[in-house]
Design a protein. Structure first.
Length: 248
């Protein structure tokens, strides 16, 4: 087993006026290469904070994050940003697409940010659009797509650079049930077929049920872990029963 992501004793305090809110109170975890891990917890429990630290979007107050062997906590801002771009892909609840760019350009964005021409990776971009079921939509603008299609574009963009880790924060939170299920299946397929490592944040058991392992967060701490293993049915029943058994 290769550990691809490791967090050691992460603490995060946000200053609020004269005081501070302790969003994370010492979180340690490790994620193996090819694993699909879900982070589950109530609103305000610290899930998004955790994901932002794990993906290098923000820095912990104390503690360390190691991504694919690189201790990002020891890097300066510029090197940390480069590592984040190379090693991670993000998907968010509200898609975060650029409205003025075409679908193809949105997917090519990570390459453009790295300094390549928008057209330099045309084959790769078309392949990604195919993977997420959007072949033929490359020339459209995001506002011409449905919410589910926009999330597919965001997913294609997140996968563009073959990131070591895909981090998703409530990727189905703005989608109806069926559309959300399609996105979850795409995530699971990328893990099962391509070996993509995934960390998914969600408050829904039915989304977390796609994961191999579920970390349960409460008040800024990981309180429990439910190991589900790789399954094809994605039935949330087992997870819900296990969570009930934990008194959650
Ligand atoms: N920028 C910030 N400044 C101050 N407090 C913050 C900030 N971001 C988050 N917090 C606080 O930290 C705690 C954890 O927030 P976080 O957004 O990580 O929760 P969450 O589990 O993602 O919640 P949700 O399910 O509602 O998205 C909350 O108490 C929140 O109010
Ligand atoms: Mg959140």
């Amino acid at each position: 087993m290769t550990v691809i992501l490791e967090a050691r004793d992460l603490v995060k305090r946000y200053p609020v006026g004269e005081r501070s809110v302790e969003a994370l109170r010492g979180v340690s975890l490790s994620v193996a290469q090819g694993e699909f891990v879900a982070i589950m917890g109530a609103s305000g429990s610290g899930k998004s904070t955790m994901l932002q630290l794990l993906g290098g979007l923000d820095r912990p107050t104390s503690g360390q994050v190691v991504i694919d062997g690189i201790n990002v906590s020891q890097l300066d801002d510029e090197a940390a940003t480069l590592t984040r771009r190379r090693k991670t892909g993000f998907v968010f609840q509200f898609f975060n697409l650029i409205p003025l760019l075409s679908v193809r350009e949105n997917v090519a964005l990570p390459f453009m940010i790295a300094g390549d021409a928008a057209t330099a990776h045309r084959g790769r971009v078309d392949e990604l659009l195919q993977t997420v079921g959007l072949a033929g939509k490359g020339d459209q603008r995001p506002d011409q797509l449905s919410a589910g299609e926009q999330q597919r574009v965001a997913l294609a963009r997140a996968l563009a650079t073959n990131p070591a880790i895909l981090l998703a924060d409530e990727p189905t939170g703005n989608l109806d049930f069926m559309t959300g299920t399609e996105i979850l299946k795409l995530l699971w397929d990328s893990c099962d077929r391509l070996g993509q490592t995934i960390v998914l944040v969600t408050h829904e058991a039915r989304a977390a049920a796609y994961a191999d392992r579920v970390l349960v967060v409460r008040d800024g701490e990981i309180r429990d872990e439910v190991v589900l293993g790789r399954r094809r049915d994605h039935d949330p029943g087992t997870l819900i029963a296990r969570l009930a058994g934990l008194g959650l």
